[in-house]
Design a protein around this ligand. Structure first.
Ligand SMILES: Cc1cc2nc3c(=O)[nH]c(=O)nc-3n(C[C@H](O)[C@H](O)[C@H](O)COP(=O)(O)OP(=O)(O)OC[C@H]3O[C@@H](n4cnc5c(N)ncnc54)[C@H](O)[C@@H]3O)c2cc1C
Length: 382
């Protein structure tokens, strides 16, 4: 056997599993077809958060888990994950009124363990003029709480660097082609340039994000496929100077949540949610999405120039279920129904470490015993 754990996909989920596997001393190889964080993991809203709005769809366990992960990441990755003020302005047309927000923020603080990070307040009226040019007309109140922001691609690279320090290997750009599963493990073929390589691994982890089904189609015997939808989320970067915090607004067009955030000396605005079909590699911002985000931004920041200097689109993998597309659970779905193969669907950037822990628990039945694993909640990320 060449490896214990072979992972397909160098996004945050694959990197997280590589780190957790290497932390247990397993011989680990990760294959990435383009570059680390080339896909969804560089196109997120870059928030390490519990997800205030998931409270509305009753995803309390996810929010609690994510807030715990936020606490851990603030500790182990202080240069990559930082607390930042979030402002929620309330107008007569806002989707959520002050009482709903007060209730939601109280619950959010409770699920976060009532620590200092969970405190929220109202911004005194006398300070509204300092809120980055926020629309003051009809403004009723502004809530302020804290959540965290990161650089998603840098975080992914840091997690993979930690995995490599622990002994994991990275092949990049290397494309997974196919795998044959048997009782002992998997025979895996991948392409590096023109060359086709064949290796053996005890387990195969499919962390290919939006390509999850493509990878499964190369596996024999044919595994079960979880039905899922792809939803495109577009962000724009505008040349305006960055706001002092993250503004959490509801789009006047349809009430959807949109964030206006500081990003590398400019302003980042996102996101849209557009159902997507087709090749994940072709995902790209639509003109209508860019216009929608500009409209939201100009509505709340009337003096803004809103000149778009960059836009990018990422794809969410949302397993199909009973709820409507936009209320679907955002936690990772782990499928290990076929021996020696584990597949990840969806999930959050924030929860990558906890997901990797669950993955290792699941894989344990197919891997040699390890007396002790290093705790990834204690491993610094730089
Ligand atoms: C618009 C948007 C905003 C989001 N905002 C947030 C947020 O603010 N906070 C948060 O916590 N979460 C957020 N998320 C969720 C988060 O971004 C994703 O859960 C996470 O990035 C998914 O990571 P991944 O590793 O599963 O997938 P990806 O990052 O897409 O990685 C999959 C990798 O697999 C590789 N790959 C595919 N096929 C092969 C193959 N055959 N061989 C080799 N490699 C292959 C791809 O090249 C890719 O790099 C957001 C998601 C979206 C879409």
């Amino acid at each position: 056997m060449d490896y214990d754990v072979l992972i397909v996909g160098g996004g945050i989920q694959g990197a997280g599993v590589a780190q957790a596997a290497a932390a247990c001393g397993y011989r680990t190889l990760l294959l990435e077809q383009r570059e680390l964080a080339a896909a969804t993991s560089s196109c997120s809203s870059k928030l390490i958060h519990g997800g205030l709005r998931y409270l509305e769809s009753g995803q309390f366990a996810l929010v609690r888990k994510s807030l715990k992960e936020r606490r851990i990441l603030l500790k182990i990755a202080p240069t990559l994950v930082r607390l930042i003020p979030f402002y929620i302005p309330v107008y007569p047309h806002s989707k959520r009124g002050p009482w709903t927000l007060r209730l939601g923020l109280s619950l959010y603080a409770l699920l976060g363990g009532l620590d200092r990070q969970g405190r929220f307040s109202r911004v005194p009226r006398a300070q509204w003029s300092q809120l980055d040019g926020l629309q003051q007309q009809d403004l009723r109140t502004v809530f302020c709480y804290q959540d965290a922001q990161t650089d998603d691609a840098a975080l992914t690279r840091a997690v993979m660097a930690s995995a490599q320090t622990l002994g994991a290997q990275l092949q990049c750009p290397a494309r997974f082609v196919s795998a044959d599963l048997d009782t002992e493990g998997a025979t895996i073929r991948y392409r590096l340039g023109e060359q086709l390589y064949t290796i053996r691994s005890r387990v195969l982890v499919n962390a290919a994000g939006p390509w999850v089904a493509h990878v499964l189609s190369g596996v024999q015997p044919a595994p079960r496929r979880q039905a899922f939808d792809l939803v495109q989320g577009t962000h724009i970067v505008v040349a305006d100077s960055p706001p002092t915090g993250v503004y959490y607004v509801s789009a006047p067009q349809d009430g959807r949540a949109v964030f206006v955030m500081p990003w590398h000396g400019q302003t980042l605005i996102g996101t849209t949610e557009t159902p997507y079909q087709g090749d994940p590699a072709q995902a790209a911002p639509l003109d209508s999405e860019i216009a929608y985000l500009q409209q939201v931004y100009r509505h709340y920041f009337p003096a803004a120039q809103a000149r778009v200097v960059e836009s990018f689109a990422g794809l969410r993998v949302l397993p199909q279920g009973d709820s409507s597309l936009f209320d679907r659970p955002r936690d990772t779905l782990i499928d290990a129904s076929l021996p020696r193969l584990l597949t990840l669907y969806g999930g959050k950037l924030t929860g990558y470490r906890a997901t990797a822990q669950e993955v290792m628990q699941t894989l344990r039945r197919w891997l040699p015993e390890r007396a002790r694993c290093l705790d990834t909640a204690q491993l610094p990320l730089k």
